[in-house]
Design a protein around this ligand. Structure first.
Ligand code: ADP
Ligand SMILES: N[C@@H](CCOP(=O)(O)O)C(=O)O
Length: 288
């Protein structure tokens, strides 16, 4: 059995902790024979190969007495880069428990569990449901709504350094003023409305107007302002900080030249890898 889990890009600017997209970059878990103890084969440095591995830890949170197996985990999702690598592990682990123990969890149940593990739903909801998802936890359950897919090329500029989500969240204030909060919330609400109305002129302006997290994280990720300025000269709809960073995501029109954009980045000293990532319309899947 193989479990296939998409990466994700969260926040979409003002949609802090509530908006996210599943991306066509996949972690896979191949489930092999039952064993006396958990064996996790992978090619990552400084990542555990036993029950301490994040995939297994998530599975054991679902079912503490889950029968150990030999599994092989492969993932091109860069760790601590704002593309939901931890979410792919947690969702993969939940599905692993679901399949081995035949729990028949619903998608909503998986989102509830994953949101509790992650602490925020904006990566795990699209990773489970697929597509572009806006949602929140309310009264101990999760409300999710899928938005229309945005007809753009999603171009990720992936700085070489790591930025753990926990460190990036530590840069955020504990409180913001009432007026600031209502303005930030109004921007996010209007972005959601524009996404459903497919009013992409409004989407572009609002996506770059976050007040919740980007103003505090921009000092950690100077590439955000640099890429955004260059993107504006290349027909981009918007540029935002993917998740907690450092990946910077730019939406280019479908007929725009990614190569010209990349060359412009390089000409300005931004020479780290670039990935063009399609939206994954399906979330976590199981192939037998
Ligand atoms: N393929 C993987 N296998 C095991 N653990 C992983 C894997 N990918 C990510 N992780 C765990 O998730 C952590 C990164 O999570 P986080 O800081 O939230 O960054 P991200 O933005 O990538 O989600 C890694 O330090 C590691 O502990
Ligand atoms: N809303 C979260 C999203 C974290 O995404 P990740 O891909 O960096 O794990 C945040 O902004 O902290």
């Amino acid at each position: 059995m193989r479990i296939k889990v998409p990466a994700s890009s969260a926040n979409l600017g003002p949609g802090f902790d509530s908006m996210g997209m599943a991306l066509g970059l996949y972690l896979t878990i191949d489930v092999l024979e039952p064993t006396d103890h958990w064996v996790v084969d992978h090619d990552l440095e400084q990542i555990p190969h036993d029950e301490r591995n994040m995939v297994v830890r998530a599975a054991l949170k679902v079912k503490a007495d889950l029968a150990p197996h030999h599994i092989v985990v492969n993932s091109p999702i860069p760790l601590a880069h704002g593309l939901g690598s931890s979410s792919s592990c947690n969702v993969g682990g939940i599905e692993l428990a679901n399949q081995i123990a035949k729990l028949h969890l619903s998608a909503e149940e998986k989102v509830e569990i994953a949101s509790q593990i992650e602490g925020h739903p904006d990566n795990v909801a699209p990773t489970i449901l697929g597509g572009t998802v806006i949602g929140t936890s309310l009264h101990d359950h999760f409300i999710a709504v899928k938005a229309p897919a945005m007809p753009y090329q999603f171009v990720a500029y992936v700085p070489a350094y790591n930025l753990k989500t926990s460190d990036s969240r530590n840069a955020l204030p504990n409180m913001i003023g009432f007026h600031e909060a209502t303005q930030a919330s109004a921007i996010a609400n209007t972005l959601a409305a524009a996404l459903f109305a497919q009013d992409y002129q409004a989407v572009g302006e609002l996506m770059e107007a976050d007040m919740f997290h980007e103003p505090y994280r921009s000092k950690l990720v100077p590439e955000l302002a640099q890429v955004r300025a260059i993107a504006h000269q290349h027909q981009a709809l918007a540029t935002y900080l993917s998740g907690a960073g450092p990946t910077v995501m730019t939406l280019l029109p479908e007929d725009a030249s990614v190569d010209e954009f990349v060359q412009a980045l390089k000409a300005n000293g931004l020479v780290d890898p670039v990935m063009v990532l399609p939206i994954a319309e399906a979330g976590v899947e199981v192939e037998n």
